[in-house]
Write a protein that binds this ligand. Sequence first.
Ligand code: AMP
Length: 421
Amino acid sequence: MKIQAPKGTYDLLPNQTILWRHIEAQIHQIFTEYGYDEVRTPMFEYTDLFQRGIGDTTDIVEKEMFTFSDRGERSLTLRPEGTASVVRAFIEHNLANQGSIAKLYYYGPMFRCEAPQAGRFRQFNQFGAEVLGSKDPRVDAEIISLAVNFYRRLGVTDLDVNLNSIGCTECRPLYRQKLIEHLRPKSEKLCPNCQRRLERNPLRLLDCKNESCRRLTEDVPLITTTLCPDCGEHFEKLCKILDSCDIKYKLNPRLVRGFDYYTKTVFEVLAGDLGSQNALCGGGRYDGLVEECGGKPTPGIGFAAGMERLMMVLEARSLTPAVEKRPHLYLAPLGDEQQVIVFSLCIKLREAGWIVETDLQGRSLKAQLKSADKSGTPLVGIVGEDELRNNQILIRKMNTSEQELISIENLAGYLEHFYEK
Ligand code: AMP
């Protein structure tokens, strides 16, 4: 029986890694321009971090974590998201930096044991940012603008930004109560999952994809009507700043997101062509998380974006970059001795920065020329018996079939002249 990649995982094949690396380069570029520093945290953490950081009542902690024990019976979990780990590292290494704010970003694989479907995997890659140390709504606006401008740079311009405020520890409990009271009389008609969540985490009911739950929650009171003055003012300022920098958004009072740690601002960026898994990225403010994880009270905000869904959008729209990887030269040896000379020549030229291809199967000239043609190289260098005897190489220009003999010694100079380097 053939062994296949585990359920919910996939291989990135050579034709995709080109696009993947293009996206990676753009990630590092934009974060650098916006003044963010990269952190790389372990791929597993003590389970407790995620239980405290993400929240016991979330889908992720309740049923999606890959958890295992080490030999000392300590419970470890493959990271299902990046924020908790970044916050842990921020506290552990004291990155608070005497009163200034920390602007951090990360990129790497995350693991969630979800039902795999298009745009939903068990190992997937996220990049994201966390800003720790400022309550200012300009930081919320910076995070949202960065995410939107990132997609715009890649050519994805028709985005929907959904925006909401889910209040703070002052005003959210009131809303929570209102919501429970409103939905309790209908509880028997809710799906089993929502019935279970009604008393524990009622905001998540607004997120349920089940059609009948959607109908039952259509007329719920909206959180925007219960925000305290501080949250209301923060949200108003954020909207004003976004308006001033040409970021279009939709107010969506039903947007709650899947993490317990959010306070005030939450947002999602959607691309229409992704079907039901249409969120490219999501984020929000988490003013209580650092303290929850054992640090000093520190406000924070961040977002996380999925690589796979972005790849899907770019591929579907043919927004893939033309990547130049044509060889500068294809070297074709004819005979055993010539193969050795050509092999060392090949290595030497590569070390000097040239992209050089050669045959490694001892094939005929005809077959080698065919490969050279397929590779798109403009130049082929042929070394046969005569050439070897005279320390020469026969250069063939592929577009005109013009040929000339040059000395092997002069090959690097020839390439420099040809490519005007
Ligand atoms: P979340 O961390 O759940 O807020 O998700 C943020 C972004 O990560 C989503 O908008 C997706 O682009 C991506 N994402 C989350 N879960 C998965 C998954 N299981 N497979 C692929 N991408 C995911």
